[in-house]
Design a protein around this ligand. Structure first.
Ligand code: FE2
Length: 87
């Protein structure tokens, strides 16, 4: 939803990157909470799937973190050249 709202912004790529970063961390928190609930509720059968999903979300959050500088630098370079990051 946030990405759709950013389509008209000149810095869409940055705003979408921020939203993706935030959403991955939302998902990480959600899976951590679900892990607690599965333990408290005696649903340990869900633990391995929840842990697998948590690792995927953490990996994506890390990737976004590692690539934000490059995205920002590329955006700034294009902007300086009078170009946009849009396709
Ligand atoms: Fe995700």
């Amino acid at each position: 939803m946030a990405a759709m709202g950013h389509t008209m912004a000149g810095d869409e790529i940055l705003k979408s990157s921020f939203a993706n970063f935030a959403f991955e961390h939302f998902e990480i928190a959600a899976y951590k909470s679900l892990l607690i609930l599965s333990e408290v509720g005696g649903h340990e059968s869900a633990t391995s799937v929840l842990l697998a999903n948590l690792k995927e979300e953490e990996a994506m959050a890390q990737w976004l973190d590692e690539n934000l500088a490059a995205v920002t630098t590329r955006f700034a370079s294009l902007k300086e050249e009078g170009r946009t990051a849009k396709v």
